[in-house]
Write a protein of this length. Sequence first.
Length: 318
Amino acid sequence: MNIEGLRYAQAVSRTKSFSAAARDYGVTQPALSNGVARLEDELGVKLFDRSPRGVKPTVHGARVLPMIDRALEALDSVTAEARRLTSPPSGAIRMGVSPLIGADLVGCAFSAARTLTHPRDLVLREADLDLLRAALKDGELDVLLVPEVEPMPAYRHRTIFTEPVVVIDPAVAPGTEGPVELNDAAGADFILVPDTCGLTTFTTQLFRDNDLPLRTYPGEAASYRVLDEWARLGVGAALLPSSKVTPDHASCRPLVRGGTPVEISYEAVWGRDNPLGADLEEFVGFLADSAGGRLPAPQPDGGALTDQPAGPSPAAPQ
């Protein structure tokens, strides 16, 4: 079975687009489509249905595609371990982080690097998402820690941490408590930030995926920190990860969709062929395990999260 075809199918599944998957792999769309078609011929099942709304798995594809993910993950692990055994790499892990990543999660990353079988230093770079993705592709970074908002199917991925999203709406009457449904929140004018840290991408995708119009304030905040301040002043409404909200917002309420909390996820992304591959897998595993127990937890009253100490760690960029 052609491994390239498996990777192409995985990319289409993650991006929900043949053209986006082709761009990520640096091939033409016909080449990628032909690779998926050959795989479907080998398997004897059709994996995807195309429609004006995009690409989605067929009934058979929904069963087979998770198996393809597991097979490729196992193959990448074998390759990474063999590379480590034959040419042990040296040096620090170079990690890029989105400005949306808090110091608590960065602290967990430092702890994870020190806990490796072969402990390593961790060198951080905070930058906008486009710059981080370019640096990863150019080999200037080994791993990214970013909001899970844009597929990069040519790379390894693992979700590290998920947290609730809150809505700050100054138009809500003071003293109003309890969660707010996404459909009800759609009536507000939302302040957005430049699409650099991943928050605006998350917000627009959330409304688009639920077929809701996103009404926006005509201005633009410089960062999520300004977003918090402007919402406090009554300029407009805002969506923020709960850990990024100052705890005394009177109009801050959990956002839900059909009664289920809306959440934003953060993921680690790293290259399949990185010489540090096996160490990166170990690092990401430690980070995922430690993040869940050391990061802030929702408060019993449903209010905003507050940063808790993540243990001693080097100073992280703000």
